[in-house]
Write a protein that binds this ligand. Structure first.
Ligand SMILES: CC(C)(COP(=O)(O)OP(=O)(O)OC[C@H]1O[C@@H](n2cnc3c(N)ncnc32)[C@H](O)[C@@H]1OP(=O)(O)O)[C@@H](O)C(=O)NCCC(=O)NCCS
Length: 212
């Protein structure tokens, strides 16, 4: 297993990995439209900060990746990326994604009535960096994720970042255990993520932070 920096020739393989790497986890499918999902969670990282992207390669096949951003204030926020992707692809009008967006509207309305908070962008200067990590099923539990994370921590040190945050789901037990083992701790409220369901149940955002 080799852990290395992203190269432009990895684009097509990374797009394929993006679609399958979340298998069996609560983020396996978000709204069911890979193009717009990649436009939010993959492509901006390839285009804007490829030096913060690391891949795990086994026998010539990409099996894991970590996308990072050193200074989130200089990067489009998740809401901005989501708005752009929605304007470009209109996934709510696609058959497979329509139910997600309908549920999303209902969740937002329900939360407004209960005055409950909704999942949203992280704010805070102490942990300006952020990351997303995805490892395909065949490369889990063998240290690929640890090694990707080690490369990311090296990058944060080199870049002089004081700390890193990430946003996962309370219901993603395996990911939460992994992040805790990597030194992250939970931070702040755990609001509902609109639209998303895992095994039929609502899911909640968990923010985690780590000082460099
Ligand atoms: C979250 C994710 C990156 C974690 O990676 P992982 O390889 O599954 O997790 P771990 O490294 O903690 O490995 C799981 C187990 O293997 C063990 N393990 C890790 N490296 C090992 C090694 N080199 N040798 C033996 N065992 C090892 C761990 O100790 C852990 O055991 P435990 O569950 O008994 O504590 C990965 O599961 C994943 O990509 N999941 C799908 C997408 C996802 O959820 N992404 C995060 C979204 S926020």
């Amino acid at each position: 297993m080799e852990i290395r920096g992203f190269a432009d020739g990895d684009r097509a393989a990374l797009r394929e990995l993006f679609v399958r790497a979340g298998a069996d986890s609560p983020t396996e499918s978000l709204w069911g439209h890979p193009e717009s999902e990649a436009a939010v969670y993959l492509e901006p990282y390839l285009d804007l900060e490829p030096e913060s992207l690391f891949v795990a390669e086994s026998r010539g096949t990409l099996v894991g990746y970590l996308t990072g951003c050193v200074d989130s204030s200089a990067f489009p926020s998740e809401s901005e990326r989501m708005d752009q992707a929605i304007r470009r692809y209109r996934p709510m009008f696609r058959r497979r994604s329509a139910a997600f967006f309908a549920r999303s509207l209902a969740d937002v309305a329900g939360a407004a009535i209960r005055r409950a908070p909704m999942a949203g962008d992280f704010r805070g200067d102490r942990w300006p960096s952020h990351l997303h990590i995805n490892v395909a099923p065949e490369a889990r539990g063998i240290g690929a994720a640890d090694r990707l994370m080690a490369r990311w921590f090296e990058r944060l040190t080199e870049a002089g970042s004081p700390g890193c945050h990430l946003q996962t789901l309370v219901e993603n037990g395996r990911a939460v255990r992994f992040f805790e083992r990597m030194g992250f701790t939970s931070h702040g409220p755990e609001p509902l993520v609109p639209g998303l369901r895992y095994r039929g149940a609502r899911v909640h955002q968990r923010t985690m932070v780590r000082d460099t």
